[in-house]
Design a protein around this ligand. Structure first.
Ligand code: FES
Ligand code: FES
Length: 172
């Protein structure tokens, strides 16, 4: 890759202000992993197809491999490291452990970031393709499956992921 003029970007990552100077073609995913050493966020396909790189930006989930870091000036980014720690897990993390929601765990950070924002979407009444009633969105298995369909699990732990998400739907 030839070089491009470095560009400054300031964002808040997991509650901390960070200042980076990056090639403007660096993705948010690579900025997080390679520049900030936050390797919890995974690179699967690097093409927006697997969801392994999902993070939460200003409250909404996004595939960080599809977004340039310099587009996030002033944004609030939350990665799996910002949700919980091994000593103090987020309820979603605890539920994945309890319900055996992962095998290799490679998809898990993206699944959990996606799930956190997804549960908030349903609570906010944002309809999806499968919503039967656009005025009253219900927390059904079909709603959860549809909304999590962008997060691929190669190990096929889907049934247990669904059980984990259902177990925290009231409190995450
Ligand atoms: S790595 Fe971003 S969607 Fe697969
Ligand atoms: S647990 Fe292995 S990819 Fe999901």
């Amino acid at each position: 890759m030839t070089t491009a003029a470095p560009t400054a970007v300031r964002m808040t990552v997991n509650g901390k202000d960070v200042n980076l100077t990056l090639d403007p073609r660096v993705t948010l995913l690579d900025a997080l992993r390679e520049h900030l050493r936050l390797t919890g966020t995974k690179k699967g396909c690097d093409h927006g197809q697997c969801g392994a790189c999902t993070v939460i930006v200003n409250g909404r989930r996004m595939n960080s491999c599809l977004s340039l870091a310099v587009m996030h000036e002033g944004d609030e980014v939350t990665t799996i490291e910002g949700l919980g720690t091994p000593e103090d897990m987020h309820p979603l993390q605890a539920a994945f452990v309890e319900h055996d929601g992962y095998q290799c765990g490679y998809c898990t950070p993206g699944q959990i970031c996606s799930a956190k924002a997804m549960l908030e979407e349903i609570r906010a009444g944002v309809p999806s393709h499968v919503s039967a009633n656009l005025d009253r969105v219900e927390m059904t298995d079909d709603e959860i499956k549809e909304r999590m369909s962008g997060n691929i699990c190669r190990c096929g732990a889907y049934a247990n992921i669904l059980a984990a998400l259902r177990s925290v739907e009231a409190g995450a």
